[in-house]
Design a protein around this ligand. Structure first.
Ligand SMILES: [Zn+2]
Ligand SMILES: [Zn+2]
Length: 370
C-alpha cells in the first residue's frame, strides 16, 4: 500500500546516513583512537541544547504556546532546533498541531500510532504520505514571528553549520576534529532524533493512562528519562496547553525545570497550567473506569461496584467543593491568603485526602472480589 507513495530521498539519506555512521564509525574511532572527556562533555551539552530546543522550544513554546519566551531564548531554541535536524519550526509545529487535532486518525494524524511502531517512529518520514502540512493555515501565529521565519529561510545553512561546522571548530580547539564531528555531530544528532521519535511511537504504545483513554498516548517514566521529560505523554495529550508534562515535583521533566528556571530569571513568562480540579477529576474518572472494567464479568463485585460508584460521586463533589472554596477565598483575599484562610483550606484539603484514601481502599476491596 505504501509502495506507491513517493520516497523522500533527503530524509532517508539524512536519517539512515547519520544512523549508519553512528553505529559503525563512532565505535570504530572510539576503539582505535578513543574520545577525550572534554569531547564527551561537549557531546552531552550539545545533546541537551538541541534536545531541549525541541521539547521546550518547538514543542511546548511554539506548537502549544504553553509559555512565552524572551527573544534571546527563542534564538537559542531556533538554532538548537535546526541542530536537532527535525525540519523547521514551521513544518514541525504544523505537523504536531495536526497530530494533536487528529490523534490516532490513520488518515489525518501524520504519525498515527495506529499504523504501527515503525510508521509512527520513522516510517512516516520515509515517504510522502500526503498527510503532513495538510493544514498550512494552522501556523499563522508562527509565521508572524521574525525569529521563526528567519530560521525557516536559513534552516539548511544553520543545520549544516551546527551539525558539521561547529563540531569541527570545537574539534580544532580540542585537537581532535574527526572525534568531535563523530561524537558531537553524528552520535548526538542520532540520539536526539530517536528520543523525539520514541515519543511518537513508544509513548503511544507503552505505559499507563492515568488521565484519559480518549487517545492512545501513555505516561511512561522510563521514556521521560531520555526525552527531557516528554514521556508523560498521556497527561500532555489530555492537557496540551500545560507547560509541564510531568506534573508531580518528583517526575523527571527537565524541560519543565528549564522553563521554571527561565521564568525566575525573566526569560520566560505566561507559564500555563491546567486547573488542578480538572486534573484530579480526570484522574478519578479514569480510576472509576478501570474498576468498572475489572468488575464487568464478576457478579459478586457488582454490588460493591455500586457502592464504589456512590463513593465516586461523593468524592467528586468534595474535590470540586474544595477547589471552588479555594477560588472563592483567593478572590476574597485578593490572592494573598491570611493565616486563618490558609488553615481553613488546609482542613478542607485534609478531609478530601481522607476521602481519597477511603476511595482507594474501597477500590482495592472491589478489585479483590472481582
Ligand atoms: Zn504536543
Ligand atoms: Zn502524541
Amino acid at each position: 500500500m505504501n509502495k506507491d507513495k513517493p520516497i523522500l530521498w533527503l530524509n532517508n539519506i539524512v536519517l539512515f546516513g547519520t544512523f549508519i555512521i553512528t553505529i559503525t564509525a563512532v565505535p570504530w574511532y572510539g576503539i582505535t583512537h578513543g574520545y577525550s572527556g572534554s569531547l564527551w562533555l561537549a557531546a552531552f551539552l550539545f545533546w541537551a541544547w538541541s534536545g531541549l530546543s525541541i521539547t521546550a522550544g518547538y514543542h511546548r513554546l511554539w506548537s502549544h504556546r504553553a509559555w512565552q519566551a524572551h527573544p534571546a531564548l527563542q534564538w537559542v531554541f531556533a538554532i538548537g532546533g535546526a541542530m536537532a535536524m527535525q525540519n523547521t519550526i514551521i513544518h514541525w509545529c504544523s505537523d504536531h498541531r495536526i497530530h494533536h487535532k487528529h490523534v490516532d486518525n490513520d488518515h489525518q494524524d501524520p504519525y498515527s500510532a495506529g499504523k504501527g511502531f515503525w510508521y509512527s517512529h520513522m516510517g512516516w518520514l520515509m515517504r510522502d504520505h500526503g498527510i503532513s502540512q495538510t493544514e498550512p493555515n494552522n501556523v499563522r501565529d508562527l509565521q508572524k514571528n521574525p525569529i521563526v521565519m528567519f530560521q525557516h529561510r536559513h534552516y539548511n545553512a544553520i543545520a549544516v553549520f551546527t551539525n558539521l561546522g561547529m563540531p569541527a571548530l570545537l574539534g580544532l580547539a580540542l585537537g581532535d576534529v574527526i572525534g568531535a564531528v563523530l561524537l558531537v555531530g553524528f552520535l548526538r544528532v542520532v540520539t536526539v532524533h530517536h528520543g523525539t521519535f520514541f515519543i511518537n511511537s513508544l509513548a503511544h504504545i507503552w505505559g499507563r493512562q492515568p488521565y484519559s483513554d480518549a487517545h492512545s498516548s501513555k505516561d511512561n517514566g522510563i521514556l521521560a528519562l531520555f526525552t527531557f521529560g516528554e514521556g508523560y505523554h498521556n497527561f500532555h495529550h489530555t492537557f496540551e496547553y500545560d507547560y509541564r508534562n510531568g506534573i508531580k515535583w518528583w517526575q523527571f521533566d527537565p524541560t519543565k525545570w528549564l522553563i521554571q528556571l527561565s521564568s525566575l530569571t525573566g526569560l520566560a513568562n505566561g507559564l500555563r497550567k491546567a486547573p488542578q480540579d480538572r486534573i484530579e477529576t480526570a484522574k478519578l474518572k479514569m480510576q472509576l473506569r478501570a474498576s468498572q472494567l475489572r468488575c464487568a464479568s464478576s457478579k459478586q463485585a457488582a454490588e460493591m461496584l455500586a457502592t464504589l460508584e456512590q463513593e465516586y460521586e461523593q468524592l467528586m463533589l468534595r474535590v470540586q467543593g474544595y477547589y471552588s472554596e479555594q477560588q472563592r477565598l483567593l478572590k476574597l483575599h485578593k490572592y494573598k491568603l491570611d493565616k486563618k484562610a490558609r488553615k481553613q483550606l488546609d482542613e478542607l484539603r485534609q478531609t478530601v485526602r481522607e476521602h481519597q484514601s477511603q476511595w482507594q481502599q474501597l477500590r482495592q476491596q472491589v478489585h479483590a472480589m472481582a
